[in-house]
Design a protein around this ligand. Structure first.
Ligand code: NAP
Length: 285
């Protein structure tokens, strides 16, 4: 089972690099070898490498910046995955692609299933939804993992930002009216490897969209409070604020908890509770 991964330096890509090494023949590609702003560069790699599985861990992930760069976000998040999926279809390879909770509008009050109506509110969410739809249209052999609120011991993310601000010793104001499931990129990569293992064992009936987040839910404020509790920062005051008090260029869903039951039923994979995952992440910081 030969694997080609787009994006090794990101949060999920770097976890995949650690977890796949020695397990499968795997090739990772980043800029400048490929540039997803030029989708043809990805197609050329799929054709020349002839993998059995392509994992697309690369994306335009700057949610606020995307509001001002809709064309670039669309090319990287929709046209490039579409081209990859079409190239995979040519050689009967499977594509594993990541998407986001931001395809939902956040108006729900119970966890979103994979069939729940999508209505992205931001340019980023729209570009990721267009990517999902293009991948689905281009290849039957697709597995799309919608995830949320990713963080890692590597890369830039909410956890790293909070710890940096805490080091300055000032009270922190954190949004308390957006609810979701913080997800350790390592656990998402583990789930991905579980799916690859199933494909390697000959699994042929597990294609489609799956939700994949750590279990449980909290607000950004709850996430920060837990982070400071676990790191012994009793000195840090975390003040809950509303979204209106922290305006951002891109709107975020107020509620974006995803039901991950299909992943559990289909692959027997369940990501651990977010608090336990955060503890493991902190141990690696
Ligand atoms: N981060 C989140 O909270 C979150 C939430 C839900 C879903 N997701 C999805 O989960 C997946 C993984 O996210 P992540 O947090 O691991 O992303 P990340 O850490 O931001 O990494 C993104 C990767 O994409 C690469 N990339 C960006 N532009 C590129 C281009 N033009 N050509 C080639 N590579 C390019 C980056 O490389 P460079 O660093 O070299 O640019 C990097 O390797 C993405 O599909 C994302 O949309 C993320």
């Amino acid at each position: 089972m030969k694997i080609l991964v787009f994006g090794r330096v990101g949060q999920v890509g770097s976890a995949l690099a650690e977890l796949l090494a020695g397990r499968y023949p795997v090739q990772f590609l980043d800029q400048p070898e490929i540039d997803l702003a030029e989708p043809a560069s990805a197609v050329a790699q799929v054709r020349s490498q002839q993998p059995d599985v392509v994992i697309n861990a690369a994306a335009y992930t700057a949610v606020d910046k995307a509001q001002a760069e809709p064309e670039l976000a669309h090319v990287i998040n929709a046209q490039a995955p579409a081209a990859m999926a079409a190239a995979c279809a040519e050689i009967d390879a499977t594509i594993i692609h990541y998407s986001t909770d931001y395809v939902f509008d956040g108006g729900a009050t119970e966890p979103y299933t994979e069939e729940a109506p999508v209505a992205p509110q931001s340019v980023y969410g729209m570009s990721k939804l267009a990517g999902e739809q293009a991948v689905q249209a281009a290849s039957d052999r697709h597995i799309i993992l919608r995830t949320a609120w990713l963080y890692s011991h590597l890369g830039q993310n909410f956890v790293k930002t909070m710890l940096r601000l805490a080091a300055a010793g000032k009270p922190l104001r954190v949004v308390a009216d957006q609810v979701g499931s913080p997800t350790y990129a390592w656990d998402l990569a583990q789930a991905t490897v579980g799916i690859v293992d199933a494909l390697a064992a000959g699994r042929e009936d597990g294609f489609g969209i799956f939700h994949a987040t750590n279990s449980g839910m909290t607000s950004w404020h709850g996430f920060a409070a837990k982070l400071f509790e676990l790191t012994g920062h009793d000195d840090i005051a975390v003040v809950p604020i509303t979204t209106a008090e922290y305006p951002t260029p891109a709107p975020r869903p107020a509620y974006s908890v995803l039901s991950c039951a299909r992943l559990k039923q289909g692959y027997g994979i369940e990501l651990p509770d977010w608090r336990e995952a955060l503890t493991r992440c902190l141990a690696r910081l």
